[in-house]
Design a protein around this ligand. Structure first.
Ligand code: HEM
Length: 456
């Protein structure tokens, strides 16, 4: 009998979609119909709200690649995340976005420089020490450790600063709180609930967790920013160092402290939640498919043996990398990309008015039976031949000019973490474990991922 990885059971009727939105309030995946998995363009109509969901490669290409100016990011994103991200590259549009993208892009060229790899490697080795204490014959929630190690990697590679368990947990908790309030505030704004009916305590909590995170990051960044301004040499080889050296192409001047802070906060948010989610889902799949796990382990022995990991031997782990790519297909960490139509246009048989919200969903296109064979099944061999991947139907990192800046960084980091874990432990998924999948800012399991680590 075929074993399928778990996914939320599609709902039958429109009314249930409407209800689940209010009951669960924050996971849109609970409102997906069976038909959503084969549709080319969906529509969600609720009181005061109209959203189109283009779900065909040609339409996705139009929105994300050829007509990006007509389909900018939704302004709700910018408004909701402003207390933490200011005017960061992730949330802005037009010339503000372009200036910020030019600002941060070169820093990611550093990913290929082995120093960033060394920082990741140190973090991976420390993770193994913590995992060792978890290998006690019992089941543990591995998601917690994945959240910690990915936050630690971001901290080290951006700020050259190690995340200490206690202070690290505080920052992670503030991020969790910020994301929870973000989802609630976005829903209130989406349903155009007038300001007088909104929960002001919620907005206050939202602003203060954003400010708290910014302040903790500012205490690390400010001394280095000031030193740079007074022409002192910065000897770090991290991402912050290249941000501090960057100059605005138009003015020839360095970026302001607030601008650097916006981007560091954004990199922390965009760069650790996504990788934590993808790592947890990959470990779930490896636990669910022991034969594929063994194959991954054998590849690792063949290519790396007991040698230290390096940029080049990690690149040769094709099967592990394909397992990860398949995990991103089944559980894309970013399950929806919000856009808005900036002018009246048509799409298939629909007239799309200026100002209409549009959602592109990696989750839906990755599981669309028109483009993928047996789409809900785990099969890493789909990626053996890159030319066989259906065009514009695999978009875990987005597409076009707004695609992910950290894609290479993420691939390097996750394959290194997977290789480190697989070399030391066998992963056993708890029998009968069913993840409670939620599609929020990222795709996560509310009840974690319960695995036993068995030392090899
Ligand atoms: C598995 C890990 C990751 C996944 C699945 C992922 C996914 C995505 C996606 C889908 C987008 C496009 C969003 C849209 O078009 O609306 C995006 C954008 C972005 N990502 Fe990632 N990401 C990952 C890791 C990272 C990392 C590690 C970093 C940095 C350290 C990063 C930084 C960014 C930035 C800066 C953008 C905004 C680009 C722009 O708007 O110009 N991401 N990511």
């Amino acid at each position: 009998m075929k074993i399928y990885p778990h996914y939320p059971k599609p709902v039958k009727k429109k009314i249930s979609q409407f209800m689940t939105f209010f009951i669960k309030g924050s996971s849109w995946l609970d409102g997906v119909y069976e038909r959503s998995y084969t549709m080319k363009m969906g529509v969600v109509k609720m009181p005061g709200i109209l959203v189109y969901i283009p779900n065909q490669p040609e339409l996705i290409h139009r929105i994300l690649v050829t007509e990006t100016k007509c389909f900018p990011k939704h302004t709700l994103l910018h408004e909701t995340f402003r207390p933490l991200l200011g005017d960061s590259v992730f949330t802005t549009n037009g010339s503000i976005w372009k200036r910020r993208r030019d600002f941060i892009q070169p820093s990611f060229e550093m990913t290929r420089i082995s120093h960033v790899f060394d920082l990741m490697h140190t973090s991976a080795k420390e993770m193994l020490i913590r995992l060792d204490t978890m290998a006690d014959g019992r089941y543990h929630n591995i998601d917690k450790e994945m959240t910690f190690v990915t936050a630690d990697i971001i901290f080290r590679t951006i700020l050259s600063s190690k995340l200490r368990v206690k202070e690290g947990q505080k920052i992670i908790d503030s991020f969790v709180s910020f994301q929870e309030t973000s989802a609630k505030i976005a829903i209130q704004k989406m349903f155009l609930i007038p300001k007088i009916f909104r929960y002001f305590t919620l907005e206050k909590r939202h602003r203060s967790s954003g400010e708290r995170i910014r302040e903790s990051l500012a205490t690390i960044i400010r001394p280095r920013y000031n030193a740079m301004q007074s022409n002192q040499k910065d000897n770090h080889q991290d991402i912050l160092s290249s941000l501090l050296k960057a100059v605005d192409k138009d003015t020839g001047k360095p970026f302001k402290m607030e601008e650097v802070l916006d981007e560091v906060a954004m990199l922390f948010l965009a760069g650790h939640e996504t990788t934590a989610s993808s790592m947890s889902w990959t470990l779930y799949l490896l636990g669910l498919y022991p034969k594929e796990q063994e194959k991954a382990y054998q590849e690792l022995l063949c290519i790396c043996g007991n040698e230290a990991f390096s940029v080049s031997n990690i690149k040769e782990l094709h099967f592990i990398s394909n397992v990860f790519k398949e995990s991103l297909r089944l559980y894309p960490p970013v399950s929806f990309l919000p856009r808005v139509s900036a002018r009246d246009t048509t799409m298939r048989d629909k007239v799309v008015k200026k100002g209409t919200a549009m959602i592109i969903s990696p989750w839906l296109i990755h599981r669309n039976a028109l483009y993928w064979e047996d789409p809900h099944m785990f099969n890493p061999h789909r990626f053996d031949d890159p030319s066989a991947i259906p065009k514009d139907s695999y978009i875990p990192f987005g597409l076009g000019p707004r695609s992910c800046v950290g894609e290479r960084f993420a691939m390097q980091e996750t394959v290194l973490l997977l290789a480190s874990i697989l070399r030391k432990f066998r992963i056993e998924l708890e029998e009968g474990f069913i993840p409670d999948i939620v599609g929020r800012l990222t795709t996560r399991s509310l009840n974690g991922i319960s695995v036993k680590l068995v030392k090899r």
